[in-house]
Structures are given as structure tokens and as C-alpha cells.
Design a protein around this ligand. Structure first.
Ligand code: PMP
Length: 397
């Protein structure tokens, strides 16, 4: 037998399984709500005008494809840091924040996890129950033991805050707690501002290491509003890691643009952290790709393009909210005895709809695809498919 002959098949990615079944479905009216992508009202992944214009600027000044520095494009790192922490933030003024370009949000999480494993090898990691399915795998593959903290309450379709805060208070000092900065994936249930106050206090008092994952900045209440949580953690002092992604907010999924930021206690400490984060990058992929970073940096630092981006992102955010409103109103008309009002209160691209695995199975018989957990992508609804979806859901309730 060869080295490879005894290797088992890895478990299938549950979301990719839905996409495969969807692709194989011959029904021309099929609808995929299982995706993790924003679609416009025509059911297409948008190419943002700000991205197109930035690419025109880049093409007009052709440049050789040299290596970027290990930490990425300097203009990108600076612009992203200001976006994430706020340009006037103390951590930037005091040079306590470091930011490195990363291969999407996933790459940022992986660099952060590998970095933490070097310096906190025995720390426990805690993720929300449930969380984005890759969080557990990423931290486990970095060598950590990953635990859950209470998060979702199926009874209210919101956050089980009493459970969450009790679990945070019980975490051993030095534990790493992964928090979704906004637009929780997969549930769509976010904390209130007052609840964040309590979480920040508990994390600080407990000597925990917060790791904020922000994959949907701008899809909740707005760019600054969604980033406020990061700023409040930064102001609270203490160590802080932040991963962010432009996959959704720039519709740049395949360009793999994200960043990891780390907040240190002093500028001198930040320099040491940067040298170590660079070492992690160097041993993973050496340095990041050029194109996506240049596009995002160009948009963020060119005032007209920046305004265009903010408007286009607002357009995506508003469209999702309209779909939430329409979903609730139309279901109320079709199935008045069922209460779906919580869908309006959930935030971001996703909703834990409360549909059971069995109901999701029955939807699939009608060529409508959702995740077995009941997660639907609200950003995959549009003015043309929503009535079909509502009729199908009303039938399976
Ligand atoms: N974190 C969360 C919560 C996500 O939902 C995702 C993916 N959508 C990511 C990180 C990874 O982002 P990216 O696709 O940029 O790697």
C-alpha cells in the first residue's frame, strides 16, 4: 500500500453540497438561498462601479508585478486600519495598531490563529454557538482546542445574552474569544450596544483576548456604525485582534482581500508584534497578491471613488433590508398564524429563519435550496423570486 492508499475522503462542505444539488436541478425556476454571497435584484453578483473605475485607473498606469512587502501594500494597510479603527482613533495616533494585508478574511483569521498559537499555545479558544463553520476548523488546524459559548436562542430567534455573558465570565483568563463584530453569520442576530458594553467589560475584567471577525462591515447599520464595536474594544485597552474582509463589501470575493490588525499596548510593542506577524505570513505564503489590495486602496484613498463605494455599499445594505421587510410582510399575508417578525430585526446577509431541517427538505422538493439549519441568505432574495419563495415556505409551514 502506498502512503496515499489509506487516506479517507474528507467530509463534504455542507454549503458546497447545496450548491452541487442546486446546479444539478433541471427546474429553470430553482432558487438558491444557501449561498453566502450578495446578489443584486437581477440575481447577479455585482461588479461595483467603484471597483471598475479603480481598475481603469490601474490599467492606465501599467506596473510590473513585483512582490509586495510581507505585510502587503502600505497604502492598503494604512487605509484599512483607518477604516477599521477610525482615522482619529487613539490606537492609530499612538501607533499601537498594526495591520497586514491578508488573503481574504479567512487568511486574516488563519494568520491571527497561527500568531496566537506561537505566543499563547495553551489558551482555550471560544466561538459562538453557532458560528461560521470555518471558525472552528481554522483554530483547530492552528492547534487550538475550540469551545463554544452560548449565543443563539431558537425561542426568540435572537441572542441568548444571559447565557452568553455567563459563559464569557466563566472563561479562564487568557482565553481567546472570537466575536462577530456585526452581521452574525449564520444567525443574523447581533448584540445591542448596551450588550456590547457588558461583553467588553467582561472580556476586559476576565483578562480574555478578544478576536473580532468583521466580514460584513457596512451591511448592518452602516460603515462607521458597524465598526463602532471595534473602536470600543480598542478604547478598552488590552490586546485585540481584528480580521476584516472586503469579499462582501466590495463584491471582490475571488480577489481575496482582507486584513489582520493587532492592537498593542505601546508603539514599541506593536513593532515587535509586527515582526512576528510577518514571520507567520512569510512561512504561510510569503506575501499577498497585488491586484485586490491595489483596487481597495485606490477606492478608499480617492475621494470620489470612496463616496461611490459608500453609496454602492449603502445600496446593498438597503436592498437587503427591503427584502427582510418584504419577506415578513408577504409571509404575514400568506401565513398569518406564523410570526416571522424577527427576520426584520436580524442583521446582515443571513437569517436563521426558524425553518426546520424537515421543512428545508420540503422546500428543496420545490427547487428552493436553503441550509439544513434553516439559514437563508436574504441577499439572494429579489423582487422576482420572493413571491415564489414565500409561496413555497407557506406550503411547508
Ligand atoms: N468570517 C465570516 C463570519 C464569514 O462569514 C466569512 C465568509 N463569508 C469569512 C470570515 C471569510 O471571508 P473571506 O471570504 O474574505 O475569506
Amino acid at each position: 500500500p502506498s502512503l496515499f492508499s489509506a487516506i479517507d475522503m474528507a467530509p463534504r462542505d455542507p454549503i458546497l453540497g447545496i450548491t452541487e444539488a442546486f446546479n444539478a436541478d433541471q427546474n429553470p425556476a430553482k432558487i438558491n438561498l444557501g449561498v453566502g454571497v450578495y446578489y443584486d435584484d437581477n440575481g447577479k453578483v455585482p461588479l461595483l462601479a467603484c471597483v471598475q473605475k479603480a481598475e481603469e485607473i490601474l490599467i492606465a498606469a501599467p506596473a510590473p508585478r513585483t512582490y509586495l512587502p510581507i505585510e502587503g501594500l502600505a497604502a492598503y494597510d494604512k487605509a484599512v486600519q483607518e477604516l477599521v479603527f477610525g482615522a482619529d482613533s487613539a490606537v492609530i495616533q499612538e501607533k499601537r495598531a498594526i495591520t497586514v494585508q491578508a488573503i481574504g478574511g479567512t487568511g486574516a483569521l488563519k494568520i491571527g490563529a497561527d500568531f496566537l498559537k506561537r505566543f499563547a499555545p495553551d489558551a482555550q479558544v471560544y466561538i459562538s454557538d453557532p458560528s461560521w463553520e470555518n471558525h472552528r476548523a481554522l483554530f483547530e488546524s492552528a492547534g487550538f482546542t475550540v469551545n463554544n459559548y452560548s449565543y443563539y436562542d431558537p425561542g426568540t430567534h435572537g441572542v441568548n445574552f444571559a447565557g452568553m455573558i455567563a459563559d464569557i465570565k466563566a472563561m479562564p483568563a487568557g482565553s481567546i474569544v472570537l466575536l462577530h463584530a456585526c452581521c452574525h453569520n449564520p444567525t443574523g442576530a447581533d448584540l445591542t450596544s448596551a450588550q456590547w458594553d457588558e461583553v467588553i467589560a467582561a472580556v476586559t475584567t476576565g483578562g480574555l483576548v478578544p478576536f473580532l471577525d468583521m466580514a460584513y462591515q457596512g451591511f448592518g447599520a452602516g460603515i462607521a456604525e458597524d465598526g463602532a464595536v471595534v473602536r470600543r474594544f480598542a478604547d478598552a485597552g488590552g490586546p485585540l485582534l481584528v480580521s476584516n474582509s472586503f469579499s462582501k463589501s466590495f463584491s471582490l470575493y475571488g480577489e481575496r482581500v482582507g486584513a489582520l490588525s493587532v492592537v498593542a499596548a505601546s508603539g514599541e510593542e506593536a513593532a515587535r508584534l509586527m515582526s512576528q506577524v510577518k514571520r507567520v505570513v512569510r512561512t504561510n505564503y510569503s506575501n499577498p497578491p497585488v491586484h485586490g489590495g491595489k483596487v481597495v486602496a485606490t477606492v478608499l484613498t480617492t475621494p470620489e471613488l470612496r463616496q461611490l463605494w459608500e453609496d454602492e455599499l449603502a445600496g446593498m445594505r438597503v436592498r437587503i433590508k427591503e427584502m427582510r421587510e418584504a419577506f415578513v410582510a408577504k409571509l404575514k399575508a400568506k401565513a398569518p398564524s406564523h410570526d416571522f417578525d424577527f427576520v426584520r430585526d436580524q442583521v446582515g446577509m443571513f437569517s436563521y429563519s426558524g425553518l426546520t431541517k424537515e421543512q428545508v427538505g420540503k422546500l428543496r422538493e420545490q427547487s428552493i435550496y436553503a441550509v439544513d439549519t434553516g439559514r437563508i441568505c436574504v441577499a439572494a432574495l429579489n423582487s422576482r423570486n420572493i413571491d415564489t419563495v414565500i409561496d413555497a415556505i407557506a406550503k411547508v409551514l
